[in-house]
Ligand binder design. Structure first.
Ligand code: GRF
Length: 190
């Protein structure tokens, strides 16, 4: 069974979707840990509720990104992590993790990349009056939401649809598709 570590900074609804997919057998993998950079993030509560070990790494406690990622790598090695799955992790990864996990770090972004990289992608799409919106699941590289795309899913914005509705549909799509794409990756890497 492949071992996954989820990286998250905030709410963690995708973390929960992945955990639920494992529980139901839709995702055949083991979630061996959560890495979080925000001590107050709600995702830590979710991990605790699921009895999934969590490790917190606060950037200000390390001299630089490499030092922080070296500490993370020690934890990942201890957990025997095979895959790193980013789900709302709000930091750019550096060379320590990228070199340790080539083509084994995945991210989900709430836009049809290369459109609307970075923060508040849904807000960016709405401000641009986008008619088609969606999500991208992609490999992680050293850029911000620039890695090779694995899969995209999209839908049409309804006439007069407000932000809350679009956001809700985007998140629902994420929760459905992220575990499914991860399962495909697990199967391909057997
Ligand atoms: C998601 O929209 C994801 O695409 C983006 O950050 C958000 C995380 O939401 N990278 P959550 O923390 O999983 O609820």
């Amino acid at each position: 069974m492949r071992k996954i570590v989820v990286f998250a900074s905030g709410n963690g609804s995708n973390f929960t979707a992945i955990v639920e997919a494992v529980k139901s057998g839709k995702l055949q993998a083991e979630i061996v840990g959560l890495i979080c950079d925000q001590p107050k993030a709600y995702v830590l509560q979710r991990a605790n509720d699921e009895n999934i070990p969590a490790a917190i790494f606060v950037r200000s406690e390390f001299s630089d990104k490499n030092a922080m990622e070296t500490a993370m790598l020690n934890q990942l090695t201890e957990w025997h992590a095979d895959w790193l799955v980013l789900a709302g992790y709000m930091r750019i990864l550096g060379e320590v993790l990228l070199r340790a996990y080539p083509r084994h770090i995945i991210n989900i972004h709430p836009s049809l990349l290369p459109k609307y990289r970075g923060k508040d992608a849904i807000g960016q799409a709405i401000a641009a009056d986008a008619k088609i919106v969606g999500i991208t699941i992609h490999y992680v590289d050293e850029g911000m939401d620039t890695g090779e795309s694995i899969a995209q899913f999209m839908f049409e914005v309804k006439e007069g649809e407000d932000r809350d509705s679009v956001e809700h549909r985007i998140h629902a799509l994420e929760h459905q598709k992220y575990p499914a794409v991860l399962q495909t990756l697990m199967e391909e890497s057997k």
